[in-house]
Design a protein around this ligand. Sequence first.
Ligand code: NAG
Ligand code: NAG
Ligand code: NAG
Ligand code: NAG
Ligand code: NAG
Ligand code: NAG
Ligand code: NAG
Ligand code: NAG
Ligand code: NAG
Ligand code: NAG
Ligand code: NAG
Length: 578
Amino acid sequence: MNTLHSLISSLFLFSCFLPLLLSFSPPQTHLPMQCLDDQRSPLLQLQHHLYYAPHFTFSSKFELWHPNTDCCSWEGVTCDAYGHVVGIDLSYKNLSGSFHLIFNLHRLQRLNLAGNNFNTTLFSYGFDKLQNLTHLNLSSSCFHGQIPVEISFLKRLVSLDLSNQDSCYLRYYKELQQPLKLENPNFKTLIKNLRFLTELYLDSVDISTQSAKWCETTSLVLSNLRVLSLSDCDLEGPLCSSLSRLSFLSKLILDGNPISYLPPNFLEISSRLVSLSLRDCNLNGHFPTGILLLPKIQSIDISGNDQLMGQLPEFPANNALQSLSLSYTNFRGELPQSIGNLKFLTDLHLSGCNFFGPIPSSIANLSHLVNLDLGSNKLFGSIHSSLFTLPSLKTFYLGENQLVGKIDEFPNASSSLIEVLSIGNNYLTGPIPKSILQLPRLEWLYIESNSFSSMKLDMFVHLKNLRYLTLLNTSLLIESDNRSLTFPQLESLSLRSCNLTEFTEFIKRQDKLVYLDLSNNHIHGVVPNWLWKSSLSFLHLSFNVIDFPKQLPLNDANFSFSMLRVLYLESCNISAFP
Ligand SMILES: *[C@@H]1O[C@H](CO)[C@@H](O)[C@H](O)[C@H]1NC(C)=O
Ligand SMILES: *[C@@H]1O[C@H](CO)[C@@H](O)[C@H](O)[C@H]1NC(C)=O
Ligand SMILES: *[C@@H]1O[C@H](CO)[C@@H](O)[C@H](O)[C@H]1NC(C)=O
Ligand SMILES: *[C@@H]1O[C@H](CO)[C@@H](O)[C@H](O)[C@H]1NC(C)=O
Ligand SMILES: *[C@@H]1O[C@H](CO)[C@@H](O)[C@H](O)[C@H]1NC(C)=O
Ligand SMILES: *[C@@H]1O[C@H](CO)[C@@H](O)[C@H](O)[C@H]1NC(C)=O
Ligand SMILES: *[C@@H]1O[C@H](CO)[C@@H](O)[C@H](O)[C@H]1NC(C)=O
Ligand SMILES: *[C@@H]1O[C@H](CO)[C@@H](O)[C@H](O)[C@H]1NC(C)=O
Ligand SMILES: *[C@@H]1O[C@H](CO)[C@@H](O)[C@H](O)[C@H]1NC(C)=O
Ligand SMILES: *[C@@H]1O[C@H](CO)[C@@H](O)[C@H](O)[C@H]1NC(C)=O
Ligand SMILES: *[C@@H]1O[C@H](CO)[C@@H](O)[C@H](O)[C@H]1NC(C)=O
C-alpha cells in the first residue's frame, strides 16, 4: 500500500514537473546552470574593452551580451555544469581592442578568437594563466610579432591554430605587418611540452631560423599528431624519414616551403594520409606515383613544382581520390582511360604539364567533377561533347592544347552548371555549337585563336551572365548598329587582332565594361568621344592608326577620365595629343 502510494505520488510528481522542466530548461542536456558572478563580471568587463572595427577603425561598441541574462546563455559562451565558463568563441566578429579579461576565466578549455582584426602582438597576455586550455585558435586575426613562450606552457593543448595572420590583412587589402614568428622561443621550445597536440596549424608563421631539424623534432615530440599544417613558414628541407613515426598523421600541409627533396620512405609516410599538400615546394626528382593509389588518400596537391617528374598510373576501381592537383609539374605521358575509375573526383587540375594524347572519353563518367583543368598541355584529338554534359561541372579549361575538329552539339545545355569555359588556342574548326551559346550560367568564355567558322558577335547575346569574353585573333563579324547587341553583365572584352576597321558602336551600350582591348586591329580614325565611357579602367588601343579629336569634350558631365587607369597607345601614329 505504502509502495503503491509513493509510486502513484511520484508518478504524479513526475507528470507535474515534466512540463515545467521542459518549458524552463535550456536546450542543453544538463540541468539549468546559472552563470557564477566571478565568471559574469570579467565577461561584462571584457565587453567594454572590445569594439567592432570592420576596417580596423572603431565603428561601435561590442554589445553582444545582455547583463540581465544568464551569462551561460550568451552567444559564444559555454559553461560546465557548475556555471564555470569553459568555452569562448568570438570568431569572425570584426573585433578589435584588448581581451585581457579572458585570462581571469581560469577554467577555460576552448578559446577561439579567429578571424578578427586585432592588429596587436600577443606579448602582454599571460596565456599560461589558462592551464586547462585544450583548444586555442587565434588564426587569421592580424596578430604579429614573436609568439610568446607562455603558449608553450599550455600542456593540455590538443589543438593549436595560429595560422594565416596575413590573410587577415589581405581581407581588407591592408599593408601586411611583420607576420607572427618563432625565433625566441623557437619552434622546438614551443612544441616540446605540447605532447597531447593532435592538430598544429602555424601557416605563414615565420619559422625560418629553425634548421631542417624542425621535422625530426616534430616526429619525436608530437606523437599524437593528426594534422600538421605549416604552409609558407620558410621551412628548410629535406623532409625527414622519421615522419613515419607519426602513426596518426592524416593531413600534411607544407605548401610554399623550399623542401626540395622527399625522403625515400615517403610512400610509407603517406600511407595513412587522407590529405597531402606540397604546393610550390621546389620538389625535384620523381614523385612516388604509388601515393595516387593509396586507398585512404582523398586529396593531393603537388602543383607548382616544375622540376618534379611523374606519370599517371592506371587507377583501380576502389580509389578514394576527390581532388588531384598536379598543375605546373613535369608530369608527362598520356591520360589513362582508367581515370574514369576515380568516381569520387570533384577537382582535377592537370594544367601546365607535358601530357599528350587524346582526352580519355571516360572522364565523361566522373559525375561529381566540378573543376576540370587540362589547359596548357599537348593534348590532341577532338573534344567529346559528352564532357559538356558532366552534371556537376562548373569550370572547364582545355585552352592551349592541340585539339582539333568540330565540337558537336550536346543535350541538356539549359541545365548545365558551367560558369567558366576555356577552349582558346587550339585548332578547333566548324561553327561554335549552339549548345555552348545557351549555357545559362556561363560567365567566362575564352575561345580565342581557333578557326571557328562564321563567327558573329551577336551569337553571344543569349549568354545573359557573360562577364568576360575573349575573342582575340578571331575573324569576327560585328553588326554594330544592331540595337539588340548588348551584354548587360560584360566587364571584360578582348577583340585584339580581330581585323576590326572601326570603333564598333555597340561598345557604347556596355554599361559595366571595365576592360577593353582593341589593340592590333586596322582601326583608322579619330577616337570617338563615347569611348571615354566612365566605367572603363583599362583601354588598349595600341597598333591601330588613330587620332584624338582636336578638343576633348571636357565640359560634358558624362565625360570623365576618373575611372581610366591604363591607356595603351603604342604605335598608334598619333599626330596630336590633346
Ligand atoms: C565584418 O566586416 C566585413 C567588412 O566590413 C563585413 O563584410 C562582415 O559582414 C562583418 N562581419 C560581422 C560579423 O560583422
Ligand atoms: C582544470 O581541470 C581539472 C579537471 O579537469 C580541475 O580539477 C581543475 O580545477 C581545473 N583547473 C582550473 C584552474 O580550473
Ligand atoms: C596596425 O598597427 C600598426 C602599429 O603596430 C600600425 O602602424 C598599422 O597602421 C596598423 N594597421 C592597420 C591596418 O590598422
Ligand atoms: C579556427 O577557427 C576558424 C573559425 O571558426 C575555423 O575556420 C578553423 O577551422 C579553426 N581552426 C581549428 C584548428 O579548428
Ligand atoms: C562509364 O561507366 C560505365 C559503367 O561503369 C561503363 O560501362 C562505361 O564504359 C564507362 N564509359 C566510359 C566512356 O568509360
Ligand atoms: C538530360 O536531362 C534529363 C533530365 O534531367 C535526363 O533524364 C537525361 O538523361 C539527360 N540527358 C543527357 C544526355 O544527359
Ligand atoms: C591566330 O589564330 C590562328 C588560327 O586561327 C593561329 O594560327 C595563329 O597562330 C594565331 N595568332 C596568334 C598571334 O595567336
Ligand atoms: C540583331 O541581333 C539579334 C540578337 O542576336 C538578332 O536576333 C537579330 O536578328 C539582329 N537583327 C538584325 C537586323 O541583324
Ligand atoms: C586578318 O586579315 C588578314 C589579311 O586579310 C588575314 O590574313 C588574317 O587571317 C585575318 N585575321 C583574322 C583573325 O581573321
Ligand atoms: C549623360 O548620360 C546620361 C545617362 O547615360 C544620358 O541620359 C545623358 O543624355 C548624357 N548626357 C550627355 C550630355 O551626353
Ligand atoms: C604615320 O604618320 C606618318 C607621318 O604623319 C605618315 O607619313 C604615315 O603614313 C602614317 N602611317 C600610317 C600607317 O598611317
